[in-house]
Design a protein around this ligand. Sequence first.
Ligand code: PGU
Length: 451
Amino acid sequence: MRPQVPLPPGSSSTDRRLSVLASHLDSSSSMDSQNQSSVALSATSNGVSAFANIAQAPEDPILGVTVAYNKDPSPIKVNLGVGAYRTEEGKPLVLNVVRRAEQLLINDPSRVKEYLPITGLADFNKLSAKLILGADSPAIQENRVATVQCLSGTGSLRVGGEFLARHYHQRTIYIPQPTWGNHPKVFTLAGLSVKYYRYYDPATRGLHFHGLMEDLGSAPSGAIVLLHACAHNPTGVDPTLDQWNQIRQLMRSKGLLPFFDSAYQGFASGSLDADAESVRMFVADGGELFAAQSYAKNMGLYGERVGALSIVCKAADVAKRVESQLKLVIRPMYSNPPIHGASIVATILKDRDMYNEWTIELKAMADRIISMRKELSDALRVRGTPGDWSHIIKQIGMFTFTGLNQEQVAFMTKEYHIYMTSDGRISMAGLSSRTVPHLADAIHAAVTTVV
Ligand code: PGU
């Protein structure tokens, strides 16, 4: 990451955001190329494109893996880059319960395609808050939760970030080191200033609890702290309930504001309630928090872009005013959210039968991922692959943070056509019994031939 470039006095807030963003982007989109772009933008047209000199931007570190995978003609290629569930046959999965809900929606002649309100589908919002906070949540009963439907998890984080940049006294958000690669970009462009707290210890391949407590302990009072509700991405390492409680006490004692990112509820343990424990613990103490929810993974609604942002406040009148301001953030951004995905979710969440069917299908996805962990770890043991691979079993959720380095990853892609992110993360949800032996061969070759 490059240092931020000082801006002249009088620079606009957009200048500030772009300058901060530049310091978070990959080296290939350097300030030089930005300067070139602005030259190109100001060029007059003589048959030459105003964008003739625009720099080629790098592919996204996660979604770009799929782009490279799609270009590879090899029949043995495997995509373990993006966190997207695949069946044993390697196919994307539309849940049965989602198909049923869609059928109901299609057969209902009273349904129209009018705009939703700025805040989205009211039923969806209520049910989403209930799903993350718990049906008996005091915050819901006391009407002090403001929930808005957003564009999946990413959109919920962005709206929450922008609301904080406008209305909160502290503009610094602490995010874990490492974290999902989009987090720093989303929050920087929302107008916040991003700092990191220690989270993962490569030596133990576990939580750097001491570092985490020390870094949050020295954060300025009131700072925002991004927490992965469960199934931390990319490490697969979560705090224990006891550690969560210590984090909560420390944060509350310093007035740090929790911002939960819940992209994997149900995927970590197979239980929707167990995976929301961290969030509910912070609600139970009566304090305030933000929670961004995504239905991409747990309902398999990736491309429908359906999620929610809930802000738990201390009083009902505050929540009402917060909601009114969220509308002012959303309206100029995308006006109002799409109707179809939210209608699917609401249909499922409000019907007991469908809800139960969903939990069974969700558990089956989580169980298949857990069985892939066992199969991969067994396969490495059988091959006598050097090193301790017990973390494959211990880590939680969609990903294994293998510990493989960038050169080893590049080797696996080149020689074995295995696609994964360069930080050594593999999506266990993309593996199957058929592809485990191939992956194990590749890992074995990588650790024995690439130092
Ligand atoms: N938060 C975390 C922690 C995530 O891992 C993801 C998705 C999101 C939010 C955003 O999800 P939405 O699709 O916007 O609901 N991460 C996946 C998916 C690919 C991506 O990077 O967007 C991943 O592979 O890391």
